[in-house]
Design a protein around this ligand. Structure first.
Ligand SMILES: Cc1cc2nc3c(=O)[nH]c(=O)nc-3n(C[C@H](O)[C@H](O)[C@H](O)COP(=O)(O)O)c2cc1C
Length: 210
């Protein structure tokens, strides 16, 4: 799927997400925030200028969010997004209200909307994690020119083909061929079992620019 597909899923299917910001004392705070719109330039949500959430957004200009869709753990997908936010003001408010008519129940009049302002998540990275698939599926995406540095496990040439990593892999997502052993990144939980058990030190954890 493309970044736009993930944004679409987040806005139309998941809609209500949990966003983490950071307090002045450096501690994390979460709150429920609806993702109200998206386009090729990012995700859009709104808040009121009087909220502590607004102050935290302005201070750091960075958020981390997760939204989930599904009835129970083994039938759920989660989308997480981490990125920079900027205030876009009131210009986009009519568009967001048009696409989210229930907002009229919370802010029924023009006067009551006066504290509202729109934020855009304009640069960042994200992850799709699908527990309903066997083996699990995960994908990473970026937007706004951000680099996605993912920590992943890789198997290097020191591999002797002993298969110990395969036996410890909960998702059986390691392919052992005659000359090479490869982790199927799309299905990897990043649990680290392969790293811990490899007797040849052939499993590395390293960042990879996606
Ligand atoms: C399902 C749900 C969706 C919400 N969506 C938003 C939203 O889009 N924007 C907003 O400002 N508050 C929204 N809220 C309310 C915030 O979660 C709430 O105001 C939160 O306490 C803000 O943090 P603060 O009190 O530290 O400012 C929502 C609450 C719920 C339960």
């Amino acid at each position: 799927m493309t970044t736009k597909n993930y944004f679409s899923y987040l806005v139309t299917k998941i809609h209500s997400t949990v966003i983490a910001t950071v307090e002045e004392n450096g501690l994390p705070v979460t709150c429920a925030i609806d993702m109200m719109d998206y386009d090729e330039n990012g995700l859009y949500f709104l808040t009121a200028k009087g909220k502590g959430f607004y102050d935290r957004l302005k201070k750091k200009g960075f958020i981390s969010l997760t939204g989930m869709d599904g009835q129970d753990t083994m039938n759920s997908v989660a989308i997480s997004v981490h990125g920079k936010v900027r205030e876009r003001g009131t210009e986009l408010l009519p568009r967001l209200f048009e696409k989210n008519p229930h907002m009229r129940e919370i802010y029924p009049t023009q006067e009551s909307m006066s504290a509202l302002t729109v934020f855009q998540i304009f640069e960042g990275s994200g992850e799709w994690f699908d527990l309903s698939k066997k083996p699990i599926e995960r994908e990473n995406f970026t937007f706004g020119g951000a680099e996605n540095m993912q920590k992943r496990y890789f198997i290097n040439d020191n591999c002797t083909g002993c298969k110990l990593c395969y036996f410890h892999c909960p998702q059986k997502c390691i392919t052992i061929m005659e000359k090479t052993t490869v982790i199927q990144q799309r299905h990897c939980l990043h649990c680290g079992n392969c790293f811990a058990v490899c007797p040849a030190g052939a499993v590395e954890k390293r960042g990879e620019t996606l």
